[in-house]
Ligand binder design. Structure first.
Ligand code: PXL
Length: 270
């Protein structure tokens, strides 16, 4: 253990291999103490036909009050699916009150994929998320989220210029290091990392399969490795490889989530 305690703020979907049910095992696997702030409790994620949703925002001030009394602080923050604007305001309070000096804020906006918003989100949520990203040191949007936040056209065929223009605009607006995930170029898939000195790509083989929750595996593995002191590039590479291996291990027809468990298990056995 490296003694780092990270707070991850996202929903607890009881079934669905996403959000906290992915972040907890992955963060722990890489040696981080994972503390959680569950934004909502859902029966299952919203890619299923039906779901129940218990909003946790009214409980969070009471959680904060006790963290304050117990002098609890975090060495980093990872945000995923937040669900409601109210949770964004509470997250701002968490950064202000419970941060160790220099603790990075890493935000995956987690509101859409494949050119569409997830169920229950609207353009107001997109705008609010865009503003929240100004609090972040690193942001992890996919191309859907990046284009929605900028009002740009979402394309499935593109070149490096299209990706870099989008990354640069988001970098200018947020001031954060921008990592756009799921970028497909030259038959490969990966990320563009954009900061003051320009763009860098981390591309790996594309596993020709789609499952929900790949972004959540990526963000947890990226964050853990980055907090362990690895570079942005290396953290992307390790996280991308975990996603690819997990997709390969996922049974045909199991598309509600990625079966990452066997991959972590085989890492432990080595
Ligand atoms: O994996 C993203 C995600 C997280 N949490 C909930 C979701 C989704 C995607 O649909 O519905 C509740």
């Amino acid at each position: 253990m490296n003694g780092k305690r990270i707070l991850t703020i996202q929903d607890l979907s009881c079934v669905g291999q996403c959000s906290l049910t992915v972040a907890l095992p992955v963060l722990a696997h890489y040696g981080l103490e994972a503390a959680i702030l569950p934004t909502a409790v859902l029966s299952n994620h919203t890619m299923f036909a039906e779901w129940s949703y218990l909003d946790m925002s009214s409980e969070i001030p009471r959680i904060f009050c006790n963290w304050r009394k117990n002098n609890i602080k975090f060495s980093g923050f990872l945000l995923g699916y937040l669900g409601k604007t109210q949770i964004m305001n509470l997250s701002r309070r968490a950064f202000a009150e419970f941060s160790e000096p220099g603790a990075p804020v890493i935000i995956d906006p987690a509101f859409g994929d494949n050119g569409k918003l997830y169920g229950g989100f609207d353009m107001q949520y997109v705008q609010d998320m865009r503003n929240l990203l100004k609090c972040a040191n690193i942001i992890l949007p996919n191309l859907t989220e990046a284009t929605f936040m900028l009002g740009e056209e979402y394309k499935t065929q593109y070149d490096r210029k299209y990706i870099e223009d989008i990354a640069q605009k988001l970098h200018k607006f947020t001031g954060a290091t921008v990592i756009i995930t799921g970028v497909e170029l030259d038959g490969l898939i990966g990320e563009v990392i954009y900061k003051d000195n320009g763009a860098q790509y981390v591309l790996l083989e594309k596993v020709p399969k789609f499952s929900h929750g790949t972004g959540d595996i990526f963000s947890a593995a990226f964050t853990a490795n980055y907090l362990n002191g690895l570079s942005l590039e290396k953290s992307c590479e390790i996280a991308g490889k975990l996603v690819a291996d997990s997709l390969k291990a996922t049974a045909e027809g199991h598309d509600y989530g990625v079966q990452f468990e066997d991959v972590l298990y085989s890492h432990i056995q080595k």
